[in-house]
Design a protein around this ligand. Structure first.
Ligand SMILES: C[C@@]1(C(=O)O)OC[C@H]2O[C@@H](O)[C@H](O)[C@@H](O)[C@H]2O1
Length: 469
């Protein structure tokens, strides 16, 4: 059986990780431009000043995507190229660049799928409290409207935010991302709330513009499973799902926060300073979501933590989502299990975990349309006689596409798959060491691009619409 004709085979990237040109053509400075230059913050001091120079090589890159037969390209807009100070004057050169990228996609019949926020925040706003300040939420809504009006005649698929749990969790709990704050639960929950509020307002603005495209949000999908059948560990997995999944999906799809978490935040003094108007906005716009984007890489296996949580000193290494770490509140820890398989970065490889998780989501949220907006293998690809023979990536993606096909057959409303990433790019915490792409970038030879084995494999899958999977 083939994937249906309206299922999109895509691949993804993000502005800070590919563009470079960090201070060109009027672009404002971002939190990542500044944070990445603080000694010790990034792997081997890597940063996005040049990245893979997509800003100047986007035509070549999109041409390669066309050769792969890519049906859709998910990329993000750098807010600071459009509004250099976050909520001030529009930078026309910024609009011009993304118009060129969109037009280049359409020239090759590639559907642009645009993420408005993939972690690079204008520095002016970061310095003014970032996502813990409502000003940032209000500035985001203005920025989103500028993008809708500038690109919405050609862009019909919009993602507001990428992986809120990552930029809020790493920004305010682990300190591995800007603003580099550790263990501040109150700020963490406040930031997530203002992101959800900004999302709901952006949905409202988009629907009022009547551009008749679709809008949603992309979350990490990290289904938690108990390590065994013990009641205490089953409850620990429930706790993990409440904080890592339902806290993120409920306010978007139900328009209200999960009671389980709200009650506990109240006890601990972590409740966001929200207003009735903000909560009403979430409720009123929940129905406006056309889809939810899932970034699935792995499930987590959890057990109850018995010992008290000591104040955690986090590091970049302890922030790369490998198992064996306690949850921020010390209720559970993630566990690496002997009978599972893992990537070089310790992420479990579990297509079955994805399938089971999809049914959990459908059980809680009904028949909401879903896209897999990221899935892929972070690896150090083998090079044999000058060829990048990334067979592990082919096996990883093949296994997940098989499960996606099965999920659709079992009634899950999945309408697209975006591999992370279309091309090797800068990893926030792993520099250029952790590769995800179908296209190799040679940092020893002028960032020249080279097709990997997986490029040809994915080209065949798209051509045959996955019939043989
Ligand atoms: C943490 C990490 C990684 O480096 O493996 O997860 C997978 C992927 O998620 C994306 O949303 C990030 O933009 C990209 O940089 C990757 O980040």
């Amino acid at each position: 059986m083939k994937f249906s004709h309206d299922f999109l085979f895509g691949a993804a990237s993000a502005s800070y990780q590919i563009e470079g040109a960090w201070n060109e053509d009027g672009k404002g400075e971002t939190n990542w431009d500044a944070f990445s230059k603080i000694p010790g913050k990034t792997f081997e001091g890597t940063n996005g000043d040049v990245a893979i120079d997509h800003y100047h090589r986007y035509k070549e890159d999109i041409q390669l995507m066309a050769e792969m037969g890519l049906e859709s390209y998910r990329f993000s807009v750098s807010w600071a190229r459009i509004l250099p100070t976050g909520d001030g004057e529009i930078n026309k050169k910024g609009l011009e660049f993304y118009n060129n990228v969109i037009n280049e996609c359409l020239k090759h019949s590639i559907v642009p799928f645009v993420t408005l926020y993939h972690w690079d925040l204008p520095l002016t706003l970061e310095k003014d409290g970032g996502w813990t300040n409502k000003r940032t939420a209000e500035a985001f809504v203005k920025y989103a409207e500028v993008c809708f009006r500038a690109f919405g005649d050609r862009v019909k698929h919009w993602i507001t935010f990428n992986e809120t749990v990552m930029f809020c969790g790493l920004g305010y709990l682990k300190g591995a991302h800007p603003p580099g704050i550790q263990n501040d639960e109150k700020k963490y929950f406040q930031a997530t709330h203002y992101v959800f509020y900004a999302h709901a307002k952006a949905v409202e603005v988009y629907k009022n513009l009547k551009q008749y495209g679709e809008i949603g949000i992309t979350h990490v999908f990290l289904p938690a499973y108990s390590v065994d059948g013990q009641e205490k560990n089953i409850l620990a997995a429930r706790h993990a799902n409440e904080y890592e999944t339902f806290w993120y999906y409920d306010p978007i799809l139900k328009g209200e926060y999960p009671r389980y978490v709200v009650d506990q935040l109240k006890e601990k003094g972590w409740t966001p300073d929200w207003t009735e108007e903000e909560l009403k906005t979430l409720k009123q716009n929940a129905g406006g979501n056309d889809f939810i984007g899932l970034n699935y890489y792995q499930p987590i296996r959890v057990e109850k933590m018995e010992e008290a949580l000591l104040e955690q000193e986090h590091s970049r290494e302890s922030s790369t989502l490998a198992p064996g770490n306690p949850s921020f509140d010390g209720v559970y820890r993630t566990v690496k299990m002997a009978d599972k398989t893992y990537t070089k970065w310790g992420w479990e490889i579990s297509p079955q975990g994805f399938l089971d998780g999809l049914h959990m989501l459908k059980g809680r949220y009904g028949d909401i349309k879903m896209y897999v907006t990221e899935n892929g293998l972070g690896d150090e690809d083998p090079i044999i006689e000058g060829e990048i023979v990334d067979v592990p990536r082919i096996k990883y993606i093949e296994a997940h596409l098989k499960v996606i096909k099965q999920a659709i057959a079992e009634g899950i409303h999945l309408k697209g798959y975006y591999a992370w990433s279309v091309i090797d790019l800068l990893s926030w915490l792993n520099g250029f060491k952790k590769q995800y792409g179908f296209i190799y970038v040679d940092h020893q030879d002028q960032l020249n691009r080279k097709k990997k084995l997986s490029f040809h494999w994915y080209q065949h899958i798209i051509e045959t619409r996955g019939e043989e999977l």
